[in-house]
Write a protein that binds this ligand. Sequence first.
Ligand code: PGA
Length: 273
Amino acid sequence: MKTATKPSVKRKLIVANWKMHFTTHKASLYLHKLSEKIATHKDVEVVLAPNMLSLQSLGMQVKHRQFKLAAQNCYWRDEGAFTGEVSATMLHGLVDYVIIGHSERRYVFSETEKDIRMKVQAVLRNKMSPVLCVGETAHQRADGETLHVLHDQVVSGLANVTGEEVARMVIAYEPVWAINSSNSKTHKAATPEDFAVAEKEIRKQVASLYGKSASEAIRVIYGGSVNADNARGFLSQEGCDGLLPGTASLNSEEFLKIVESAHDNKGRDKAGK
Ligand code: PGA
């Protein structure tokens, strides 16, 4: 078994996935607005994932005690003849996190488990933290395949990851059927109970590969139609280390409410509720 080192204190992690929204100019204006209004809390880590093109300029603008940055993707080779790609090596120093295996990458851009595994390793090799997205499609759910899918995606995504590295990782449970519900009548958010089932399965797989302390150290977060109204429900689940909002993160008022829910939840934990 590969052993893991446990990080000291777990803060709630809120990762705003802006997807392919905001020009560089708009991203900069939006960041300005957010940083004027956001309160910094020791118990909440706020991460912004803009498009690749905006990373450099936001990196210069961002106040690092307020926000960290994430890339939405990267390529797994460090350099070479790979037209159109950006490597993890190139992102080093610019971002702390890289989202890997998002369902839009898996299903719109046909990324395979091998691509995802290689990308996870590239991010870790370049000293950043991967946010590995896993989750079942509506069909897989209807067929009762959810736990098998999670098992396979977690085991494959963590292949060749060491015990030290796994503690730096984040796994996001993002059921494909729950993503982007505001744009589709067929989609709806998962429930906190759905998350709890998935989270237990994810930690169970991590425990079987790396041991109990690794399964407690790794951060497991929820994504899929998170908004200001449902955020608290997920964050109150024991074992929910944060959220990955997409659509809701594009609205500053709503995003700030989500961040505040993460802070409030921590307060409630301490009060023993
Ligand atoms: P959504 O996106 O919040 O718009 O569903 C989340 C995601 O895809 O990461």
